[in-house]
Design a protein around this ligand. Sequence first.
Ligand code: M6R
Length: 614
Amino acid sequence: MCGIVGYIGSKPVADILLDGLEQLEYRGYDSSGIAVKTETSINVYKAEGKLNNLRSELALHSDEFNKSNMGIGHIRWATHGAPTVVNAHPHTCNCGSLVVVHNGIIENYKELRLELESEGCIFKSQTDTETVAHLVALMYAEVKDLTKAVQLATKKIQGAYALCIMHNNEPDKIVVTKRNAPLIIGLNDDGYYIASDVPAFIKHTKKAVYLNDNQVATLSAKDFILEDENGFEISPKIEVLPWEPVALSKMGYKHFMLKEIHEQPDVIRNILVGKLHTPDSQIILNEVKLNKDTLKNLNRIQVIACGTSLHAAMIGKYIVEDFCGIPVDVEASSEYIYRKTVTDEHTLVIGVSQSGETADTLTAIKQSKARGSHILIITNRPDSAMAREADSLIPVNAGIEVSVAATKSYIAQLTSFYLLAIYMAEIKGSMSVSELVNLKAEMLLLPQKIEQILSNKTVIQDCARKFASTRDFIYIARGINYPTALEGALKLKEISYINATGYPAGELKHGPIAMLDETMPVLSILMKGFVYEKLLSNSEEAKARNARMIALTNSNDPKLNDLFEVIIKVPEVIEVLSPIVAMIPLQLLAYYIAEFLGKDVDQPRNLAKSVTVE
Ligand code: M6R
């Protein structure tokens, strides 16, 4: 997490840094800071909280730096040390001559700190990053060359880092390096841009160099030298980014989350274009690079992901097993990486990630790749680190998702999973023609069905108002919608901070039912199909314990009127596609509850959009 930016060139630096940081706010937003080089010194400005606080702080000092053309900046998601001004980056050495911003975690920071303190370094913060400032400064005192000092210092550092460093004695130099954290340099006639991610500089240039691990770049206003960790020069690979600057606008919606929820019909339409034309045409999925014989004979798939993407993966398991008869294991990446997983060249490993950057999933992918598995990545960021590891890459094309709570990327991941599963079923011949035609016809209708839900939100808003003051919330479902219950609960807890939990309804009686009383809302995801009657019985059991019952259903069953206090209706849909339709009201319910509670919907506390630390 955290975002870093830098600029050296001919333009005034402060706005470039601040605009860049604004584009990186999805990486963290608990504090921020910049350092700019003036004629005589390096000035550091920091603020706690959102970036606007830094803007206000800077407005008081603009005369100090308005001529500066060189600086670095940081937006933080706290790992070591509370989100305070003291812990905000940039961090400095004892005398303030050297400044550093860092994304990642220095794992041996405690040992380094003890060693540095014994050499006279005085620490001001509780961060791991400050060790880098002192360490590089000590090296600099010996070698009097910032690039060499960085090369020497990074040999002593363990962990993950992207670093951007300036020294007051080197007035035309920024040195950057990285290991297991992203760092990109943008090249333009006016100078060089540095960032954790492309959006920070795309409005200035599309020419860029992605740094590889352990490479060190030395940037001056007119020059750029790339070296390995031992000082051997490397010729940089300059890429032209396939990106257009996007003006991130809420388009009249109060929050990005609400806008992104409303984009979902078009997200599905965009995914289907070129892949699914008519119910009787075959799925086209050229992105899958496994040859057809290998696909036909696959006997195992593993899917790894985190958070919302994990819930999409769980639904992926249901549909791949159902359509193709191939066993699928799904696991949270953070668990997968710390056990002896059985993966080999006969296993297809699918990584699912909105950002393509999540550290746990990236590590898991690298581990399975090293064991010879074919890696298929489903991501919203085809330019991401995970995409670079992929043998097959399915971009979900949901467009930039700004709100921390994932909505449209989830629906895009699900849609992509349906296409993949149908594509594999067609190759394997594991579904009948009539089943396939029916399924594809229903898929083509999904955007309209979502539009119907979005055009009448009154019942959901009323429900949100009714339950906004609850402390806990339970979601129950069975079968393919069990992950929908988990995702509904995740949406609610992350933006409203209500203690929400999803259960497979059959599990209620094995413990959770003890919590039910007249204060507990239980939302039952009752989609017509195989498990409908079973779930109805589980809902009766909850009602018998006086729980406040809410139904999310596509059924007109009159029995529901007696059982449920609130009934949220969705259009008819076949059971296997119901997770897409059912999710929309749950996103809206979470949104309106958070909104009624006055929460910071798009940037909930303690979270970041991209989780780049383990
Ligand atoms: O970028 P990823 O899909 O890999 O991110 C995984 C999770 O961090 C993410 O889904 C998180 O749970 C969202 N905030 C959920 O809304």
